[in-house]
Design a protein around this ligand. Structure first.
Ligand code: GDP
Length: 454
């Protein structure tokens, strides 16, 4: 996410590194580089010009009165100005005075509307809401079926509705509006406080789509109109956001496919061009690859400072604290840490997302420098291999690794589709970990430690 922009910006800061004072000349050099970095990352030209102007004015203004080095100073200014472009606040949800609050999802076909509707429903459920989903795409039965599958997979309420024979023979706005109206009534009857309306997309913006969206808006009086933008489409996403906003006045945008090598720079311009905040990011195809958009955290990632806050939140919401404490106790006592515990830990970590996505949230400057290099070399398959090796063991073996002799190793390798060498490696690593934990536990284990503390 934003790697391209991040790399380029950080390179431009290097121009100033090692320079004792900030001067008109070195500011100009650095700003030229920053401008290029932004343009090459597909940030909208107007936005670039404005940003660069602000950076220049501030850099010149702050030339003297600061204890920071020129490169630190520019980093700080660019950071602040990027946050300004993205909006300072984390977006909030508007609510209707009378439930359900309607969230109208707008966007072009393939932008990720249906997937995102599901992600949003799941997110709202976790936040304690009772969302209902409805697809009013009467033109493509497959689209409504897709939403039904998504709803089932996250156990969310769905209003399926029925189309008449004539709706099917001649689909049109009447059927769209009828479904929407029924769904809103159904949501109220079911005690659902939010209704997410997935609408029909088109390959490109056309008058009939826009007319339908305008009628839906009038009928439903939505609290939120969220424009779903495919970040991979660069400037096109910005242009469609503008067109939708001109007609509907969107209340926010959701950027999808940020996990790709997005020309993410373009997406940064959406806020500036429409005035509407970015509210969420889609970072993968799965329902939980979705996060609220925090401008300051994203800018921190772009600047190579990582995003520890999001990482901690992710850990908090996925890891089981009780289990972790139990594990720590067992591991530190040395002998208690079995291969079953090891597998449990792997599963917990896997729940947090891919190793790459975790490492990417660490800063790429300071003590973690070089980590980004490691990200490129991460072998995601390694986790799965280790887990399948442990799965191929009998419970007796998992509880007592010392009985795993040569014959057993061969059997385990066959069972897990790995080699005896893989099994040997795993057992060696496991033995080292036990040893390390034991020494951390203070030799005598946790009991001895507790005695010392009392
Ligand atoms: P719609 O036509 O706008 O409803 O789009 P869909 O929800 O059907 O999504 C189109 C494709 O994009 C599907 O293959 C989705 O799995 C994929 N997709 C949606 N959001 C994301 C995302 O955040 N990351 C990735 N990698 N793929 C996504």
């Amino acid at each position: 996410m934003f790697e391209n922009l991040s790399d380029k910006l950080q390179r431009s800061f290097k121009t100033l590194r090692g320079q004792g004072t900030i001067s008109d000349e070195n500011i100009s050099d650095a700003i030229r580089e920053i401008r290029l970095a932004l343009l090459e990352s597909d940030v909208n030209l107007t936005v670039v010009n404005e940003l660069v102007e602000h950076i220049r004015t501030r850099a010149i203004g702050e030339k003297v009165a600061t204890a920071l080095s020129p490169s630190e100073q520019i980093v700080k200014i660019v950071h602040d100005e990027l946050v300004n472009v993205l909006g300072r606040d984390t977006a909030r949800f508007q609510k209707a005075s009378q439930p359900p609050s309607v969230i109208l999802m707008a966007g072009l076909q393939g932008s990720g509307k249906t997937t995102t509707s599901g992600k949003l429903a799941q997110w709202l459920k976790k936040a304690g809401h009772r969302p209902m989903l409805v697809s009013v795409d009467v033109y493509r039965p497959a689209a409504r079926e897709q939403l039904a599958i998504v709803a089932r997979s996250i156990s969310a309420q769905l209003y399926e509705g029925k189309l008449t024979d004539s709706d099917i023979a001649k689909p049109g706005t009447d059927a769209v509006l009828r479904l929407a109206k029924e769904a809103k009534r159904d949501a109220a009857n079911f005690g659902c406080d939010m209704l997410i309306v997935d609408t029909a997309g088109r390959n490109q913006i056309d008058a009939s789509l826009m007319d339908e969206m305008a009628q839906l808006k009038k009928l439903l009086n939505p609290s939120e109109i969220l424009f779903v933008a495919d970040a991979m489409t660069g400037q096109d996403a910005v242009n469609s956001a503008k067109a939708f906003n001109d007609l509907l006045t969107i209340t926010g945008a959701i950027l999808t496919k940020m996990d790709g090598d997005a020309r993410g720079g373009a997406a940064l311009s959406i806020r500036h061009v429409t005035g509407a905040p970015i509210k969420f990011l889609g970072t993968g195809e799965k329902p939980d690859a979705f996060e609220p958009f925090h401008p300051d955290r994203i800018v921190s990632r772009i600047m190579g400072h990582g995003d520890i806050a999001t990482l901690l939140e992710r850990a908090e919401s996925t890891l089981d604290r009780g289990k972790a404490e139990q594990f720590a106790k067992k591991a530190l006592s040395g002998d208690g840490f079995t291969l079953e515990d090891f597998r449990d830990q792997l599963r917990q970590i896997k729940k947090m997302g891919s190793m790459k996505s975790i490492l990417k949230m660490l800063p790429s400057v300071g003590p973690f420098a070089g980590m980004q290099q490691a990200v490129e070399n991460v072998d995601e398959g390694q986790f799965t291999r280790v887990e399948s090796i442990i799965n191929s063991m009998t419970q007796k073996e998992r509880l007592d690794h010392e009985i795993i002799n040569g014959n057993r190793r061969k059997r385990i390798a066959r069972g897990s589709g790995t080699t005896v060498q893989d099994v040997n490696n795993l057992l060696r690593q496991y033995a080292q970990m036990r040893k390390m934990f034991k020494s951390l536990g203070g030799g005598g284990g946790i009991k001895a430690q507790q005695r010392m503390m009392s």
